[in-house]
Design a protein around this ligand. Sequence first.
Ligand code: PLP
Length: 363
Amino acid sequence: MLVWLLPGLRRKPGGSPDVLTMHFKTHIQNLPAYKPTKLIVQQSAGITKLSSNENPLGPSPLALAALGEALAQVHRYPDAQAVALRAAIGQRYQLPLEAVMCSNGSDELILLLCLAMLEAGDDVVMAQGTFISYYLRTLEMAARPVRVPLQDYRHDLAALANAITPQTRMVFVCNPNNPTGTSNGTAELRAFLERVPDNILVVLDEAYIEFVNRPDFPDLLPDLRAGRPNLLLLRTFAKIHGLAGLRLGYALGAPTLVSYLEKARPTFNVNLLAQVAGLAALKTRNTWPAAKDTPMPAGPTSSASYAARYRADQQRDQLCGLRRGRRCGDQRRPARAGLQRYTAERLGIARPDSCLFRHNGTK
Ligand SMILES: Cc1ncc(COP(=O)(O)O)c(C=O)c1O
């Protein structure tokens, strides 16, 4: 209503009510439109959205109990600094509170990183065939995603290092990778880190680290404890703790780096219930499957058999996706169905036969 009182803000006489005459940044206008995933009615406990790698075992029971008590407090604002939660996370990883930043899901951290670090025209190096947020958030800043093909469904770390130029500000490495479920080991990751100049940030997205049982999986916490300045680890409560709906993620990095990211974050980005649930969930062991006392999924476990199944899925989905010609960002979507199923099974999040899986009408 106020719009009609302010000169200059009036709708043009006779203009269509749904046509915007306001200015939007060109690179935002050019972003691919957000397409929500198909609505799946999730009342039944047996239904898990593999496209989001949800935890089929439900939320952490300790978190649920704590939430019950906290509900009566939601008239209050949350602690804007999330001190108790950050301290508890820091304690778990033997890092100071200042080395921990909490967020509205780890997805928000990707946005805040791009917001804080990227100018128009900067380069961000990432894999082609990894979590799509790195790509979209980079475009949102009018920066340039430099995408390096996967090799055998894994990050090609040597090629990622080769792609770094003076324009590069950040490199994203998703380990284990979503959506392929593959990982990179310590030796190759350390060789990669050696090659990245100090003024370029390496963002290691470890959303699925708790599901890994590979003995040589990289542990970079000692690097952070030693004060490595250009490394940030992203983690989430959405997967292992089953708190996706509450939106809670965190970053671990050098205190100075974290202090700059903190400047970019909305004051109350982590809501009160998320803080309470996160604190409670931290009291459980965060390893899979011990966290839930549930056996690992049955079925093939060797990477060769997963890869074979993945390729078969991919071929079928390519046919089905290409027929529909659907696009996601500038990536063809055909392989998504197979990739998502492959990731969830590979990481042990889902059993092939326990989840309803729908994509492009397939089951
Ligand atoms: C690799 C990766 N990073 C980050 C996220 C975002 O997680 P969150 O729910 O904490 O925002 C996801 C979610 O699927 C993911 O797969």
